[in-house]
Design a protein around this ligand. Sequence first.
Ligand code: C5P
Length: 232
Amino acid sequence: MGKDVIIACDFASREQTMNFLDQFTEEKPFVKIGMELYYAEGPAIVREIKSRGHKIFLDLKLHDIPNTVKKAMSVLSNLDVDITNLHAAGTTAMMKAALEGLTRPDGTRPLLIAVTQLTSTDQESMERDLLIHEPIDQVVMHYAETAKNAGLDGIVCSPLEAGKVHGRCGDGFLTITPGVRFADGDVGDQKRVMTPAAAKEIGSDYIVVGRPITQAEDPVAAYRRCVTEFCD
Ligand code: C5P
């Protein structure tokens, strides 16, 4: 796998999600299902979207003791998702247990991606609430290396960090990057953004695009524009 546009389906219900996906009659975009939709609709929504032929990034960001995460990952693996994720802050033991849980009897497994420091955490809140005093970009890079050493496949990061992550962890370590906007589009609440073309240039492996596609007047055209800029 590699170089694909993942649509963040940040919808509150099955109905809204299916109305959105029904517009795609020619292609089957890679879909990200997050906590809101998963907690509203449960595993059935994953099975249904999968059965329609879409690849799925299940974005549930697990973080618990290793044994619990291992068992939960085994359930997600049986749902046949293509990518899932966890918090690197759960430490190496949790990440290794997650990989064990994800691995199916035939040796295959979904890709496993780490979340480092959330972009909603800044230097001040990290120092005050987490008692982590290193510069935040070093913390992110350390989490990336820890995830790689635990055997994970990549991290979620800003497209602005993708080049640096590849430099430290190798080109094969995947970077999945939200915060993508068209050059002529609304930035919304994202602070550090990049166009699909620039994300391609800097070496992102997957871009995660939500509102620029889901809220577009013509979502299919917006998706195709992303694919043309990022993949072609
Ligand atoms: O609508 P938009 O393109 O901003 O959506 C981006 C998606 O990526 C959302 O699902 C958001 O939760 C997710 N995300 C993010 N920034 C992160 C991690 C995830 O925007 N650091």
